[in-house]
Design a protein around this ligand. Structure first.
Ligand SMILES: Nc1ncnc2c1ncn2[C@@H]1O[C@H](COP(=O)(O)OP(=O)(O)OP(=O)(O)O)[C@@H](O)[C@H]1O
Length: 139
């Protein structure tokens, strides 16, 4: 498996509940190297840009409100098979369907406030990482 990168962000529900540290510990213990990390907050407009792919979905406006409602912790992560392995670590979008031991099973509140994001492809990982961080290639 080649080493590659994925992008994640801890969402406002988990960041506000003081769960960032526990989630970051799980990520590191699963073998991911943190390439970049910060704590920040999106405006509703920036949240709309990030989730532009969902702009036609009925939950889009609520999602943008929610994603701009508090702090988030975006990160770029590196590991063999990073994108697929990270999706396994976070679990299903709806925590009701997430496997035991996954981050969403442990920390998510609902299908919207689902604790964490994980990129769904190498291409999107690159785009989403670039949305928050510049010049990370050499790190
Ligand atoms: N039916 C829904 N109702 C409310 N919010 C939703 C719904 N489906 C998805 N969302 C929100 O939109 C986000 C993006 O949806 P998507 O289908 O891309 O899920 P995902 O790939 O599991 O999540 P993410 O992209 O955040 O990792 C979800 O993580 C969730 O916060």
């Amino acid at each position: 498996m080649p080493t590659n990168r994925t992008f994640t962000m801890i969402k406002p529900d988990a960041a506000q509940d003081g769960n960032s540290g526990s989630i970051i510990k799980m990520i590191e213990e699963a073998g991911f190297r943190i390439v970049a990390l910060k704590r920040t907050q999106l405006t509703v407009e920036r949240a709309g840009e990030f989730y532009a792919v969902h702009s036609e979905r009925p939950f889009y406006n609520d999602l943008c409100q929610y994603m701009s409602s508090g702090p988030i912790v975006p990160m770029i992560l590196e590991k063999e098979n990073a994108v697929a392995d990270f999706r396994i670590l976070i679990g299903a979008t709806n925590p009701a369907n997430a496997d035991e031991g996954t981050i969403r099973k442990l920390f998510a509140k609902s299908i919207e406030a689902n604790a964490i994001h994980g990129s769904d492809s190498d291409e999107n990982a690159e785009i989403e990482g670039g949305f928050f961080f510049a010049h990370t290639e050499q790190f």
